[in-house]
Ligand binder design. Structure first.
Ligand code: PBG
Length: 330
């Protein structure tokens, strides 16, 4: 409906006071929209800064628990675990990925025992365990799909057995959602949700994350044979459609801000729970500018996250989660 012509319509009438602006606000960000990605590592009493992610630390499990407790108290819905694996455990066969006692699985058990109401999400991909930094097995220089899917299923089942609430396959192999969903049903994990990294692009914005999980120096080549070409929108929608058909409960677009058009298209077309990942490079850009005094950190943090809600997302994975939650709680 077009507004009346000026001066019958003056758009500024409803911007005059804070109360009026809030009355007509169309979208809002709440703490329940947030999923907090956390990097974990072995050791005790460790809070190890990640230089390319200012303000983000790798936490040992004893430090993870109080951080998670605080996140829950702030109203954050879920925490998503990313392991920094001991270099000695990174191999080409990646068996640490489905070790029931690997770092991630130990963290899941500890979190579910201490904070049963906080949702625990995991990442399914081989990169933190792979000697060459890839999400899949590398055979003669090729990332092999079907063998990788078998490994990812083992990895997902081990996480489900440890008590994970939400599995997040981030590997972009074909057929992984269907294989995982069938295996979960067969093994009695009917209520474990899958949040598929469905529209995941081959992005330059993942750099600081690869530092954080220790994959940067190891990665041989790039991920262009499995992640989506940043130029492609139809392909992204086809991937979302396929993952939903294979049994994903929720889907994700990643990265976030440079792909808001994809977020919006996914929500409009599929009307299913849709998430965006405000990835490490997006966080690093905003933080670098804020630390230089070029941007107001709190303002751009809140504005960048609200953009996802406006685009139609139901929630966002963000390294800002605890800070945002604090800001939203006033
Ligand atoms: C790995 C994975 C990546 C991210 C989440 N899971 C990196 C990659 O695909 O190289 C990136 C998250 C971020 O940049 O914050 N499968």
């Amino acid at each position: 409906m077009t507004p009346a012509p000026f001066p019958a319509a003056r758009m500024r009438r409803l911007r005059r006071t804070r109360a009026l602006r809030e009355m007509v606000q169309e979208n809002g960000l709440s703490t329940a929209d947030l999923i907090w990605p956390v990097f974990i590592r072995d050791g005790e009493g460790v809070e190890e800064p990640i230089p390319s992610l200012p303000g983000v630390n790798r936490l040992s499990l004893d430090r993870l628990l109080p951080a998670a407790e605080q996140a829950q108290a702030l109203g954050i819905s879920a925490i998503c675990l990313f392991p920094y694996t001991d270099p000695a455990l990174r191999t080409e066969s990646c068996e640490e990925a489905w070790n029931p006692d690997n770092l991630t699985n130990r963290a899941i058990r500890a979190l579910k025992a201490a904070l049963p109401e906080l949702m625990v999400m995991t990442d399914i991909a081989l990169d933190p365990y792979n000697a060459n930094g890839h999400d899949g097995f590398v055979v003669e220089g090729q990332i092999v799909n079907d063998e990788t899917v078998e490994a990812l299923v083992k990895m997902g089942l081990a996480q489900a057995a440890a008590g994970a609430d939400i599995l997040g396959p981030s590997d972009m192999m074909d057929g992984r959602i269907g294989a995982l969903r069938m295996a979960l049903e067969a093994e009695g994990y009917r209520d474990v949700a899958i949040l598929s990294y469905a529209a995941k692009f081959a992005s330059g914005f993942y750099g600081p994350f690869r530092d954080a999980v220790g994959a940067s120096g190891r990665l041989v080549g790039d991920k262009a044979t499995y992640q989506i070409n940043p130029a492609n929108r139809d392909e992204a929608l086809a991937c979302v459609s396929r993952d939903l058909a294979e049994g994903a409960d929720m889907v994700m677009v990643k990265p976030g801000m440079p792909y808001l058009d994809i977020c919006s298209a996914v929500k409009e077309r599929f009307r299913r729970p849709t998430f965006a990942y405000q990835v490490s490079g997006e966080y690093a850009m905003l933080m670098a500018a804020a630390q230089n005094g070029w941007l107001d950190e709190e303002k751009v943090m809140l504005e960048s996250l609200l953009a996802f809600k406006r685009a139609g997302c139901d929630g966002v994975l963000s390294y800002f989660a605890p800070k945002v939650a604090q800001a939203l709680r006033g």
